[in-house]
Design a protein around this ligand. Sequence first.
Ligand code: ATR
Length: 263
Amino acid sequence: MKKYIVIGNPIDHSLSPKLHNYWIKKNNINATYDKKKLDEDELKEIISEVKEGKINGINVTIPFKKAVIPFLDELSIEANETQSVNTIYLNNGKTIGHNTDAAGFELSIKYSKYELNNKRIFILGAGGVVPSIIFSLKKMKTSKIILSNRTEEKAANLKDSFKYIDIVKWGVIPNFDMIINATSVGLKENDEIKLDFSKVEKNKIFYDVIYNPRQTNFLKKAKNFGHKTMNGKMMFIYQAHQAFTLWHKIMPDIDNETIKLLD
Ligand code: ATR
């Protein structure tokens, strides 16, 4: 039986086991997918188990997406450019680190049928998922990527890696076609981003990477102002779909039942 796990700390909240085990069962694959809470000093050992064939694949979540990199033999282009690994597997005896968050974001945009070509994008936050989103937005040929983070230094660090982005001070709201909340504000039901969006022109797109709760205050307010809104559920499903396809060489269905599974 093949063995897959998701590692992180904390890990209780992760819905990856639910989704992967659902697809494993649906496709009659002889495999298990579990979650494992780890400390940073255990990363080397767990990755060596992939090399030895004891574990067939690992998903990596917060806070280890960067920390696993020194223990891997090779990185995919996406993982290298974002310095962020969420999927690990063995290929020709080598442990490979890949990033499916970037494709997950792009596919969620395709699913929504929004056209981002030549559009101005404003990102809030500079945490772990942001490099993947920037990489993906660049690939989609957006005209401008503007980023703002409460702690300016973290925004400046991102600019060192992605020279083409513009940074604005926290509190400044530039013109945009789509705004993305990539901060952790909204994870708690009462969380509110202390920014004033009342002067934003109508009919923009508000995207929240958070999908639990399903509608953050950021999206609720945007809806009231007449904007289009989208949460991070499809991004989450598509990143898992990419990892699953890579590991099992089977493309599982993303049907209504799959989407409902995460409600
Ligand atoms: P990590 O930085 O470990 O990857 P994350 O959850 O991915 O963590 O990122 C948290 C993001 O939410 C950061 O951009 C953080 O801003 P800071 O860099 O200033 O900490 C942002 N964030 C968290 N709480 C916030 C708040 N109350 N207001 C604004 N931004 C906040």
